[in-house]
Design a protein around this ligand. Structure first.
Ligand code: ADP
Length: 269
């Protein structure tokens, strides 16, 4: 699409609900006010994306999200020339659009991206706030309000991939873990509509399963999985059945582990 015809990203009209765990909202607001880039650290499904959505709404900024993967090239972020019947036309990538519009740009799972791709972020994270676009010769100055936010799951593929210290030190890091039990139950209830007792039961099940981390279980149940089980149970699926499908099966293929997890479900409900 011709970049001139591309609609501007807009700030979310309705509030994405977010249950704070501590002072992360104030901390983020200060980072935004002082043009500091933010790194959100925490396990999958613990609320990082929801937090950014909420903050973008709160600050009245458009949000542009980029899911990082190991094929992500710098041109996927910055843009490229497209060949058309009457010549070539430059098309901004999502990072360039965010820089021009003063949006919050959220790079989800930044560690998945190749190091040479991540390097294009560097000049945006210090006082220069510029995006050099080699192909057009432009040195794009970030509009006020532009903020870079990346997420990072410290436990995941730790041995295989990590961010370079020169990249890490460009961000203010905020640790987001699974919420405290009563907060998590509140989230499950709010997001799925289950009653308080069911939400509390699901969270106590999750706490028990999370203790199995590194004792045969590599991934633990996220808040997202609890919400999925709760949602199924509100649609007439039995609670145990919902837990088997939404919590046990996604976590393991190992028959003995599946049996152990099912026993925990049966012991809870
Ligand atoms: P992540 O980006 O860390 O993988 P998400 O932000 O997608 O996780 O969280 C998964 C789901 O869990 C969200 O869609 C939301 O329903 C819920 N959730 C988790 N934490 C919170 C929270 N603190 N406040 C509101 N909802 C939350």
């Amino acid at each position: 699409m011709n970049p001139d015809l591309r609609p501007l990203a807009e700030a979310s009209a309705s509030e994405p609900w977010y249950q704070p765990a501590g002072n992360e909202v104030e901390l983020f607001e200060q980072c935004h006010a002082h043009q500091l880039a933010v790194m959100l650290k925490g396990p999958t499904g613990c609320g990082k994306t929801r937090f950014v959505e909420h903050m973008a709404w709160r600050l009245g900024r458009p949000l542009i999200t980029i899911a990082c993967h190991d094929d992500l090239a710098a041109s996927d972020l910055i843009g490229r020339y497209l060949i058309q019947h009457d010549g070539t036309v430059w098309q901004d990538g999502p990072l360039t659009r965010a820089v021009r519009q003063g949006a919050i740009c959220y790079l989800d799972e930044v560690v998945e991206a190749r190091q040479d791709t991540v390097v294009v972020l560097h000049a945006l994270t210090d006082h220069r706030r510029i995006l050099p676009i080699d192909k057009t010769g432009e040195n794009l100055q970030a509009a006020p309000g532009f903020q870079l936010v990346v997420s990072y799951n410290p436990g995941y593929q730790r041995m295989l991939k990590d961010l370079k210290p020169s990249t890490r030190q460009r961000f203010v890091a905020m640790d987001l873990d699974f919420p405290a039990a009563e907060h998590e139950a509140n989230i499950v209830r709010h997001e799925s509509g289950v009653d308080h007792a069911t939400a509390t039961g699901l969270v106590s099940l999750a706490l028990r399963i999370r203790q199995l981390k590194d004792r045969g279980l590599s991934e633990v149940p996220s808040t997202r999985l609890l919400i999925a089980a709760a949602t199924l149970s509100t649609c007439g699926i039995g609670l145990r059945e919902a837990c088997y499908a939404a919590i046990v099966s996604p976590l393991s293929d190992e028959p003995s582990m599946i049996d152990a997890l099912r026993d925990l479900v049966d012991g809870t409900f």
